[in-house]
Design a protein. Structure first.
Lengths: 372, 323
């Protein structure tokens, strides 16, 4: 293909911060914000989310909807520097930091009179289980081009294994590409895949895939339930070929394909219900615990669009449970450039699950421009 | 189509007035909102496709219609009838057919994955509001001098409520000549399940200039004698019609009377939440789908689990172009 091609890019990391009674400054790994490719990356948005959290409490009361993710994010202070070209220093909370939060949330569960009795006295992790990545620029694939998209396994909550009756088997994800063209001016290709709990030893994973979970208390296999010891199980990928693969779902057999966005719907209603019954707590969306990786095949850069394993919620930033902010000016990161990120936390940030460490994910999302 | 300026952008006023001018009343061109909706009982078994009322998603006018958005939610009452769980929308699959083309795919897809537009209102208001920004999402319409709007409402409850349910409908606009803002608003307390009309006086343009209407918002309040903090937008159905200029036709096209519904089609207010609300909103690619007279869409609905009792409320929003 001639001309310029565009592909999404994200640079992301997760801060694993010991919970202490002292204020802390955490400098994130520079390697995670390093542009190691040969093309410049234009970063337009910042996404932040607490990872590995339950939501607030058993609901349904309006006040309890504030969750610990919010507590972490609202207390975090952020400093961003990119050598020679960008410096953003705010020692104030992010919400004061002059960056505009984008409306990315699904409608809240909230209190809807008439609903309360109908949701079996619990509220699920989200209303629709959605995540969406809207491309800043159309991703163009040639006639023979393909795209490879994986979802990782996820580490179950420790309490699930104690209960002995997880419903992880019921968790399904629908993965979808939206493309232009056709009489409807668009069409979509989709795959339905299981999301499986991970039973392997997290310390043996590629360090890039291992976030942020510690092996103790996690990843215990539950006899009889579908699970995997493969962090990237093949069944949880959008196949490029096969009867329902990417190439077989083409809407037209001529010309190139223009993709405009990718979406995921995670059906975890049963999973949420079982967790609630065992924990009396509101679970968080699995998009905060499931990693993803994407790359084009036979076209484009053929590089992973982000360091593999990024939580869905961090990189799918158009509809997401994460807090997403538009950068006032985009950051252009030349090849071999790196961002420096510092986060500052006050003392006593709450952490319900581990009591020792809290986890904050941050990503810088945008796109790269490639010669065709 | 040029990008829509933000409402605090100085260019917004000019943009709206220019769009309003495209409603070339003198030349006999009228753009008016339209909402085509159906209420389709979801089968109790999987692998069974149903299509609801086939006559609804059909352009029976002499003029083209541009559909910009699709909206989906569960009807307030399910087939039992009891108040349904809105989360059941996650268990309903859909595919569309138009001139023998499938959209988005030849397989049914669960409705949440259709959603490609964030529509969440703040936590404290989300459950009770719907908002349709006619500038960003469709085409504004002109409320000419001495025109009014006829708005009819109905509670979807099984029986009369214990205390009245206040419903507020508001139209926001800009004067075509003065560029001053206008708000036409009315509130009606619904104390029975009998359809009721709002006062057309509240919505009459008594000024000296046409008004370009840019926004429609709806709010369902908590019953007056209850301690609830807010109402439920799902609880009410509604229809709108312009009196005076415009087509004078009902904007809401839906099934007549079937399933105990009102004789004149009225859509659940959730389905007006094109911009903000509680429905799954799918924005069609590009400028939307152009529906020529006589064209229709077939919606194939399938239950993704067994035992469903929900009724799917499905709508296509857009505007008619009367030339």
């Amino acid at each position: 293909m001639e001309g310029l091609l565009y592909e999404p890019r994200s640079l992301w990391s997760i801060a694993n911060v010991p919970a202490t009674s002292n204020p802390q400054v955490v400098r994130l790994n520079r390697q995670h914000f390093y542009n190691g490719s040969k093309w410049p990356i234009e970063l337009r948005r910042v996404a932040l989310i607490g990872v590995n959290y339950l939501f607030g409490s058993s609901i349904p009361t309006v006040g309890s909807l504030a969750d610990e993710t919010a507590a972490v994010i609202n207390r975090c202070r952020l400093r961003i520097a990119s050598p020679q070209n960008y410096f953003f220093n705010s020692r104030r909370t992010i919400l004061d930091a002059a960056m505009a939060p984008l409306p990315t949330a699904q409608p809240p569960q909230g209190l809807t009179p008439g609903d309360a009795g109908e949701v079996a006295n619990y509220l699920p992790s989200s209303r629709w289980g959605q995540c969406m990545l809207k491309f800043d620029n159309v991703v163009r694939l040639p006639r023979t081009g393909s795209i490879e998209w994986w979802l990782s396994a996820h580490t179950p909550y420790p309490e699930i294994t104690e209960a002995g009756a997880p419903e992880d088997a019921a968790v399904r994800a629908w993965m979808l590409y939206q493309e232009k063209g056709g009489m409807f001016a668009g069409s979509a290709r989709f795959a339905r895949v299981p999301l499986l709990p991970y039973t392997g030893n997290l310390t043996q994973l590629n360090p890039q895939d291992r976030w942020p979970y510690q092996p103790d208390g996690y990843g215990v296999g539950v006899p009889g339930s579908p699970a995997t010891n493969d962090w990237w199980p093949g069944v949880s990928s959008f196949p490029t070929g096969g009867p329902r693969g990417f190439t077989k779902q083409e809407s037209t057999r001529s010309g190139s394909t223009e993709l405009t966005d990718m979406r995921v719907f995670i059906d975890q209603l049963l999973y949420d219900q079982r967790l609630y019954e065992n924990l009396a707590n509101r679970p968080a969306p699995l998009s905060m615990r499931t990693g993803t990786r994407v790359r084009t095949g036979n076209s484009g850069s053929k590089e992973w669009w982000w360091r593999p394993g990024a939580p869905l919620a961090l990189v799918f930033d158009h509809i997401t449970p994460a807090l997403v902010m538009q950068l006032a000016d985009p950051i252009t990161l030349a090849p071999q450039d790196s961002l420096e990120i510092e986060m500052e936390f006050p003392p006593n940030v709450p952490d319900q699950e581990e009591n020792t460490t809290f986890h904050v994910g941050i990503s810088f999302n945008g796109f790269t421009t490639i010669e065709g | 189509m040029m990008p829509v300026p933000a409402k605090n952008d100085p260019r917004y006023l000019d943009y709206v007035i220019r769009l309003g001018a495209e409603n070339k009343i003198r030349d006999g061109i009228i753009n008016e909102p339209r909402l085509y909706f159906a209420e389709i009982p979801v089968p109790a078994v999987t692998d069974l496709i149903v299509q609801g009322a086939p006559e609804v998603f059909y352009n029976g006018e002499q003029f083209p219609v541009r559909l910009t958005h699709m909206l989906a939610c569960t009807r307030y009452l399910n087939q039992t009838p009891a108040v349904d769980n809105p989360l059941n929308i996650q268990r309903i699959g859909l595919k569309l057919r138009f001139n023998d083309q499938f959209y988005m795919n030849q397989a049914v897809l669960p409705l949440p994955i259709w959603g490609n537009k964030p529509v969440a209102a703040p936590e404290a208001f989300s459950a009770a509001n719907s908002h349709w920004d006619l500038v960003a999402a469709a085409m504004p319409f002109v409320l000419a001098v001495r025109d009014s709007l006829i708005i009819q409402l109905q509670l979807q409850d099984v029986a009369d409520p214990a205390s009245p349910v206040p419903v507020t409908v508001a139209f926001h606009g800009i004067g075509a000549l003065s560029h001053r803002p206008y708000i036409f608003t009315g509130t009606l307390e619904l104390d029975s399940i009998t359809p009721a009309s709002m006062s057309s006086v509240d919505f009459r343009n008594d000024g000296a200039e046409p008004v370009v209407i840019t926004d429609i918002t709806m709010n369902v309040g908590a019953p007056t004698a209850s301690g609830d903090p807010l109402g439920n937008i799902d609880r009410v159905r509604l229809r709108i019609q312009q009196a005076g200029h415009g087509t004078n036709a009902n904007w809401i096209i839906g099934p007549n009377g079937g399933g105990g519904g009102p004789v004149t089609p009225m859509a659940q207010t959730t389905l007006f939440g094109v911009t903000t609300g509680r429905a799954v909103v799918h924005q069609f690619p590009g400028d939307g789908l152009l529906w020529q007279p006589g064209e229709g869409i077939t919606a194939d609905i399938e239950a993704l689990v067994t035992g469903m009792t929900s009724v799917l409320a499905l709508a296509f929003a857009g505007y008619i172009m009367v030339t």
